[in-house]
Design a protein around this ligand. Structure first.
Ligand code: DX5
Ligand code: ZN
Length: 217
């Protein structure tokens, strides 16, 4: 699966830029609150408008404090997947249950330096694990390959039948780095600058998908 990140799109032309990647599996929406990360992007009203502007399922990545309070409304609005950060949640299981009760898939995200072991037990409460391969906050950063070890650990648990989970990666994914991520067993690849900083974003999505399929671990 390929999920273009609209963080690298034109915020004054989000409907147009969603159409430019028609056929993508998910459209990745980076919500930043200038507290959990040092950047500010968009929030629920923009997501509500985007839901009316595109049929691509929205993958909302909440880089915010207090997800227990702010995450469920994204699910109620109709987002397909609502992911929040392990580092920000006091009670991640409760947040996941609220998201699911509101009708969305629940995702847990971990920053590059956050170990996965403390969270393996609770991953059964989630539909998606989003492994950050850059420090969250900005597009266009370089891929941190060492995070793939976390993806491999979870991939093995999924393959062994111990978990049912989409393993997603976010940050620095492009035609070069997607190969090693695919080999590590990633299911869903977020790509922002690699998709939108090209002349034909739709064609770039197709080509990333082909490369990932050819290197599937
Ligand atoms: C960063 C965001 C990413 C960002 C990725 O905090 O979570 O989704 O859009 O951008 P690229 O693909 O350019 O690294
Ligand atoms: Zn993201």
């Amino acid at each position: 699966m390929i999920a273009p990140s609209i963080l690298s799109a034109d915020f004054a032309n989000l409907a147009r830029d969603a159409r430019a990647v028609a056929g993508s599996d998910w459209l990745h929406v980076d919500v930043m609150d200038a507290h959990f990360v040092p950047n500010l992007t968009l929030g629920l009203p923009v997501v509500q408008s985007l839901l009316k502007a595109t049929d691509i399922p929205l993958d909302c990545h909440l880089m915010i404090e207090d997800p227990g309070r702010w995450a469920p409304p994204y699910a109620e609005a109709g987002a397909h997947n609502v992911t929040f950060h392990a580092e920000a949640a006091e009670d991640p299981i409760a947040v996941a249950r609220d998201i699911r009760a509101a009708g969305a898939k629940a995702g847990l995200s971990v920053k590059p330096n956050t170990p996965i072991e403390p969270y393996l037990e609770i991953l059964r409460e989630f539909d998606t694990l989003l492994v950050m391969s850059v420090e969250p906050g900005f597009g266009g950063q370089s891929f941190i390959a060492s995070v793939l070890e976390k993806a491999r650990i979870v991939r093995n648990l999924v393959d062994a039948g111990a978990l049912r989970l989409i393993v997603e990666i976010d940050g620095g994914i492009n035609a070069d780095t997607i190969e090693q991520a695919a080999e590590a067993g990633i299911d869903c690849f977020v790509a922002g600058s690699a998709v939108y900083n090209t002349a034909d974003p739709g064609a770039t999505v197709q080509s990333l998908r082909s490369i990932a399929a050819a290197h599937r671990g």
